[in-house]
Design a binder for this molecule. Structure first.
Ligand SMILES: C[S@@+](CC[C@H](N)C(=O)[O-])C[C@H]1O[C@@H](n2cnc3c(N)ncnc32)[C@H](O)[C@@H]1O
Length: 280
């Protein structure tokens, strides 16, 4: 794995807003952990957050629209093999399987309780699905096992010194790594967020999920990475890493997102680049 021996110093110290973040943006970041990251809170509380996220995604259509984005990225592959990291409830994996007749999906999470819940549900008996505990920063699979790795609404959970490793690992086990995460708001956006989030949460989530999901949602927004941070993390994983930012998924209503596809140059593209520079 690239960079396993040490973390590039510039990346470890990088603000979530990226190397060029303003002082004001830096004020709006936190090292606080979400409930779903903590070992000192009950599984029951963590699962209330996961249930809340499932309900929001269902009502605003993000599970479906993220699945469409993922399948668009592998539109050139007849029978795509897909690994989902940080699946939580597993709804994105289920949507992918429903939309594509031959795709195979491994739905995974770091949290064994979430993986056990996914195994006990429809994914556990689906002929083209597997469920596994996987740490995004140390993926236990050989190189090129998958065509695509997808990580939805979870990349911000990783601090920079681990986030670049996830990019390195995902682009080792697959040709492409799709991240869909919360878009980092402006400082003003972060100030107004709780006032937008409260009524939305009340309208969309089961009562028991509202407070814990708002807690995690507010921390998430302070930990979201900017576009320039994505680019810097990609370069820390591999200086020749490609990153392509896609248009946000089409949705009438839902959290603003940042969508990026990381890939390493292939032998073909290197060959093409070299010929191009020889000819220029
Ligand atoms: C905010 S939830 C997102 C769940 C789901 N992907 C969604 O879109 O609603 C973040 C998920 O990332 C998982 N997670 C956090 N750190 C992880 C890591 N290092 N590797 C894999 N999953 C991780 C958490 O356990 C949690 O299920």
């Amino acid at each position: 794995m690239n960079g396993e021996a040490h973390t590039p110093v510039a990346v470890a110290a990088m603000p979530r807003g990226g190397p060029d973040a303003s002082w004001l943006d830096r004020l709006f970041e936190t090292d606080a952990l979400e409930y779903t990251d903590r070992s000192d809170v009950s599984d029951e509380l963590k699962q209330r957050v996961i249930t809340g996220l499932d309900a929001i995604g269902d009502r605003v259509g993000t599970h479906r629209s993220y699945a469409q984005v993922a399948l668009g990225v592998v539109a050139d592959v007849a029978h795509p093999r897909i690994l989902e990291l940080g699946s939580g409830h597993g709804r994105l994996a289920r949507e992918i399987l429903g939309l594509h007749p031959t795709a195979t999906v491994t739905a995974s999470d770091l949290d064994p309780t979430s993986v056990a819940n996914m195994s006990a549900g429809p994914l556990g008996s689906h002929p083209r699905a597997r469920t596994r505990v996987v740490d995004a920063t140390a993926i236990d699979s050989p190189d090129n096992t998958y065509d695509l790795v997808v990580f939805a609404l979870a990349f911000h959970h990783l601090p920079p010194e681990l986030a670049y490793r996830a990019i390195s690992e995902a682009t080792r086990v697959a040709r492409r790594f799709l991240i869909i995460d919360l878009k980092r708001s402006s400082p003003l956006g972060m100030v107004v967020l709780p006032f937008v989030m409260a009524p939305t949460s009340l309208a969309l989530m089961p009562l028991s999920s509202i407070l814990p999901t708002m807690h995690d949602g507010l921390i998430s927004s302070l930990r979201a990475y900017s576009r320039s941070a994505f680019s810097a993390l990609g370069k820390a994983a591999d200086p020749s890493m490609n990153v392509e930012f896609l248009a946000p998924p089409r949705m009438g209503f839902g959290p603003p997102s940042l969508t990026a596809v990381f890939s390493r140059p292939t032998a073909d593209s290197k060959d093409h680049d070299e010929k191009g520079s020889e000819n220029s």
